[in-house]
Write a protein that binds this ligand. Structure first.
Ligand SMILES: NC(=O)c1ccc[n+]([C@@H]2O[C@H](COP(=O)([O-])OP(=O)(O)OC[C@H]3O[C@@H](n4cnc5c(N)ncnc54)[C@H](O)[C@@H]3O)[C@@H](O)[C@H]2O)c1
Length: 376
């Protein structure tokens, strides 16, 4: 059963009721996630009303005036309810990207494919005119070398995807792009859609990849996982990705001749780099924490050269990636208390070890007589 929980955040929704009934409103699926939350905050700063829609509540405090709706994209009625009076949907919610999530094929399929179908259907029935889909490099890349690839490259055939997440993201992207030009209900024009394909996302507060990478470094697994020291890969800073999404939504509009309609764009920092080089600040900053789960796919793909041209995004969207480094990420980890912990042998350790020794002796003493009886 679908249960939609709505939560108005901040000073009684003050900013949303400032007397501007025609104010634009956008909805962000996956709005409690790392990128969705950041995008929502950035768009709100531009004076647009923002609804964050997610199956879980955000970990961070939601800024005043932003509205959070707890709901599931797999539930059409919840999505339709959430899309009232919305002019643009940023569809970011996804499942199964990394770690243990990758093992739950049914949920991956439900969220990434059926969830996306629901978003498209609800856009049509609610008359939402713009849909920007957050896709991934992985719709093209499946472990093969790609140097300066562009958007003319064909999709990786579905059966060649080494993981279900990438296969379902690919299916979802196709569905979104096919929906471009679809009639909106009640003669409200047509739906314009586009897809952005980001490289690996990084930035302060990123909790999905970076902690595991740090853990690989700590365990000496980094070289094993991140492979060839000569390979070139790409990343995208979260704020560059925000910029690309804002530009893409604008490029779906009549004022930009709907230039992005039906199009896909690779999005990265535009700076191919070796994994070792890129993550060096994390090694040197000696920041580490958390447990990794090494899935076969992650090992298979991460160390292979693959980078794409930003030309189409620059030309058609006006995308200009800014330069960022991992230093601010290291700082963020430090501010969270991560880093090498002193390993002094304290009085507490002494008491603990003494207690363990006593338990061991007690077990041995209780075992000896029965062992002797048995051997008689
Ligand atoms: N993180 C990366 O390196 C990377 C790289 C390429 C593409 N992407 C894509 O970028 C997007 C954002 O990535 P992220 O790192 O912020 O991910 P994230 O996991 O932090 O956020 C995804 C959000 O989707 C939500 N969600 C999952 N199932 C849902 C459902 N049924 N209904 C509503 N919400 C649901 C989750 O609760 C989560 O908050 C994703 O679409 C991902 O596929 C990410």
């Amino acid at each position: 059963m679908c249960v939609l929980a709505v939560c108005f955040v901040g000073a009684k929704g003050k900013r949303m009721e400032e007397g501007n009934a025609a104010k634009e409103r956008v909805l962000i699926t996956g709005g409690a996630g790392y990128f969705g939350f950041r995008l929502g905050c950035a768009i709100y700063q531009k004076g647009v009303d923002v609804i964050l829609f997610d199956v879980v509540k955000p970990l961070q405090t939601v800024p005043e005036g932003i509205k959070f709706m707890q709901g599931d994209i797999c539930c059409l009625s919840e999505v339709e309810e959430a899309l009232r009076d919305v002019i643009c949907v940023f569809h970011i919610a996804s499942y199964g990207m990394s770690g243990r999530e990758q093992l739950n094929r049914k949920l991956i399929e439900d969220v990434n494919v059926k969830g996306t179908e629901n978003i498209i259907q609800a856009c049509k029935s609610r008359g939402v005119s713009s849909l920007v889909y957050t896709s991934t490099y992985n719709v093209i890349f499946g472990g093969q070398v790609i140097e300066n690839g562009d958007e003319s490259l064909p999709y990786l055939p579905l059966h060649l995807h080494p993981d279900h997440y990438s296969r379902t993201k690919s299916l979802a992207e196709m569905k979104v792009l096919e929906a471009n030009g679809a009639e909106l209900g009640n003669g409200r024009g047509v739906l314009r859609t586009c897809a952005l394909r980001p490289a690996g996302i990084y930035g302060p507060g990123e909790q999905r990849h970076l902690p595991r990478i740090v853990s690989y470094i700590e365990r000496g697994l980094f070289k094993f996982v991140y492979g060839d020291p000569l390979s070139l890969v790409e990343f995208v800073h979260v704020d560059n990705l925000v910029q690309a999404h804002v530009l893409a939504s604008q490029a779906l509009r009549a004022s930009k001749q709907h230039v992005a309609a039906g199009q896909a764009y690779f999005i990265s920092d535009g700076r191919p780099v070796n994994n070792f080089e890129f993550f060096r600040p994390l090694v040197e900053g000696r920041v580490y924490n958390f447990q990794p789960l090494l899935t076969r796919t992650e090992v298979y793909k991460t160390g292979v050269t693959h980078y794409f041209s930003m030309e189409k995004a620059r030309k058609e969207l006006g995308y200009e990636p800014q330069q960022y480094s991992l230093d601010e990420v290291v700082e963020w980890f430090r501010s969270q208390g991560c880093g090498p912990k002193p390993r002094n042998y304290t009085m507490m350790h002494l008491v603990r070890d003494g207690a363990l020794l006593l338990v061991l002796i007690a077990v041995l003493v209780s075992w000896f007589p029965s062992a002797a009886t048995f051997s008689l």
